[in-house]
Design a protein around this ligand. Structure first.
Ligand code: ATP
Ligand code: MG
Length: 141
């Protein structure tokens, strides 16, 4: 299969401008299924991910938290404490992103509405992470 990104000139320019804006940015990408949201973000930013999480479709909170914990481990989290709620999950993520060896610049959340409860107000929560210096771009699809 061909992995070259076709077209999407305007979308690419917009995303790269945000990536190089010098500030923390929170980007939401939406569109119908299989239109190319994930492919676009991976094509531009896969090399820069400090963290990537993908929700399980139609799954409950415990399962989403387990998936999130797995992604934390995969990206190098050394925190072995149980992640029992979203606040603990974000504490772990903050520690991961602030760890000295973490030099990467972007985060990617896939199927975000299924993953993170609305009540957590992810974009607002993320602005405090951004002002702490990491990550530069957070993308959710
Ligand atoms: N701009 C593009 N250039 C080349 N191939 C593309 C492009 N956009 C999408 N594709 C192809 O279409 C497939 C589906 O795209 P993708 O998985 O990114 O869709 P999606 O919008 O994230 O879907 P979902 O809503 O199901 O998550 C990709 O794996 C890729 O093969
Ligand atoms: Mg997708």
């Amino acid at each position: 299969m061909n992995n070259v990104l076709i077209g999407r000139k305007k979308e690419k320019e917009d995303l790269l401008d945000l990536f190089h804006s010098g500030r923390a940015e929170f980007i939401t990408i939406y569109g119908r299924r299989r239109v190319g949201k994930t492919f676009l973000v991976n094509s531009l930013f896969a090399d820069t991910y400090a963290f990537k999480a993908t929700a399980v479709l139609d799954s409950d909170k415990q399962r989403q938290l387990r998936v999130f914990a797995g992604a934390l481990q995969e990206y190098g989290s050394e925190d072995k404490s149980a992640i029992t709620d979203w606040f603990a999950a974000f504490d772990c993520l903050r520690a991961l992103l602030e760890s000295a060896r973490m030099r990467r610049k972007s985060c990617f959340w896939m199927r975000c509405p299924g993953l993170i409860p609305k009540a957590l107000n992810l974009s607002r929560r993320w602005s405090t992470f951004g002002t702490a210096g990491h990550p530069r771009v957070t993308t959710s699809c």
